[in-house]
Design a protein around this ligand. Structure first.
Ligand code: ADP
Ligand code: MG
Length: 354
């Protein structure tokens, strides 16, 4: 993917040279950053706020496939995925650290592309890149991102706060990233069989972007602030709606009713799922990587959420003993089961337990 470009061997720069080269454009903008890159540790100051920290590890071949993920998108997505966890706590993300393990196949130009994506994400979401680590890797690309953010103590939202009677809500639409992935996988396989065929992704921009370039929902956290909405419980949708609903219900010791016909699915997601012979609802329930926010609000906040174009009310919270159930379009009741995508599944065929 970077074969026909200029290739500078990382060894020409050395570790410190590479770090300097990659981070030379980094600017500190956040008030809470006292010291960024360049010392043994970054120094942050959140005065009276609570500090939020979240880390993700991304491995080539497990979490991403460089045969169809452009490096710039990979850097951007790695940051988005991680910021999403801070927003899921109803916090403001303010810093990240970005660590990278590089196998010898990566020239400086490739790492630079990854960093372009990282820096675009930082700029767009107002976070400072304040550190990281850089190492050689025996095989494959390894990325780890840590996000740091803050919130007032009484604004932090946990998975465990849902109460009976709460409305179950989700931002945006679901299933698109999963259907986008199916499309990219199909084109990859066609390409492997016949490299002369160009990928046919015409008219599918939205779902391809949902997969390659997800946007974390900082805007929803800002919307909560603007409208005075304080969710009881919240989680980001990384593994599919079903799995995340169960996380909230388990942590909160409650049950829920989910209405299939209320699950927001974009028309392009819907049509493309059908073309693949997939049930769009199943894609929303069990696909992953949508990075929307799933949350519950008390009923007295109904008026504040009902007219928000980007928020759907998809069900309500019940007592624990009632279980977690979906009412289908035809009125049948199904228990909600977690079959969410996760990286461990790939190795589950060999009989090992994940
Ligand atoms: P140490 O030996 O203490 O780990 P390094 O030489 O690895 O220090 O890092 C020097 C500085 O550069 C530190 O501020 C570190 O956070 C930063 N840094 C190292 N690698 C990266 C990276 N990949 N991205 C951003 N900053 C980095
Ligand atoms: Mg280091």
């Amino acid at each position: 993917m970077f074969d026909n470009k200029q290739r500078t061997d990382i060894n020409e720069l050395g570790e410190f040279g590479l770090i300097d080269y990659l981070t030379k454009a980094v600017e500190i903008k956040e008030l809470s950053t006292v010291k960024g890159i360049g010392d043994d540790a970054a120094v942050l100051d959140f005065s009276s706020k609570k500090t939020l920290i979240s880390t993700d590890l991304l491995l080539e071949g497990i979490h991403f496939d460089l045969r169809y993920v452009p490096l710039k998108h990979l850097g951007y997505k790695a940051v988005q995925v991680n910021l999403s966890d801070i927003y899921a706590m109803n916090g403001i993300a303010s810093q990240i650290t970005f660590s990278i393990g590089l196998s010898s196949k990566f020239p400086v130009e490739a790492v630079e592309e990854i960093y372009q994506g990282v820096l675009i994400a930082c700029e767009k979401f107002n976070v400072d890149l304040v550190g990281g680590d850089t190492s050689a890797s025996a095989q494959g690309l390894v990325i780890s991102v840590t996000s740091i953010g803050y919130a007032d103590a009484d604004k932090v939202v946990y998975r465990s706060g849902a109460k009976e009677g709460d409305l179950l809500c989700v931002s945006g639409d679901l299933g698109g990233a999963y259907v986008g992935l199916q499309l990219l996988e199909r084109e990859k396989n066609i390409f492997i069989e016949n490299p002369n065929i160009q990928p046919d992704l015409e008219g599918k921009d939205y779902i391809v972007e949902r997969q390659l370039k997800p946007e974390s929902r900082k805007d929803i956290v800002e919307l909560f602030e603007t409208y005075g909405i304080q969710p009881h419980a919240m989680i980001d949708v990384s593994d599919g709606l079903a799995s995340e609903i169960l996380h909230i219900c388990k942590a909160s010791k409650v049950g829920c009713k989910l209405y299939e016909d209320k699950i927001p699915i974009d028309p392009m997601t819907y049509e493309t799922a059908r073309e693949f012979g997939l049930d769009p609802t199943v894609c929303a329930l069990n696909g992953g990587e949508d990075y929307e926010l799933l949350f519950t609000v008390p009923q007295d906040q109904y008026d504040k959420v009902k007219n928000q174009l980007d928020i759907s009310i998809i069900g309500y919270i019940t007592e624990e003993a009632a279980g977690c159930e979906m009412i289908s379009k035809s009125g049948h009741v199904h228990p909600i089961q977690a079959q969410g995508w996760n990286a461990f599944k790939q190795s589950s065929n060999d009989g090992s337990t994940a």
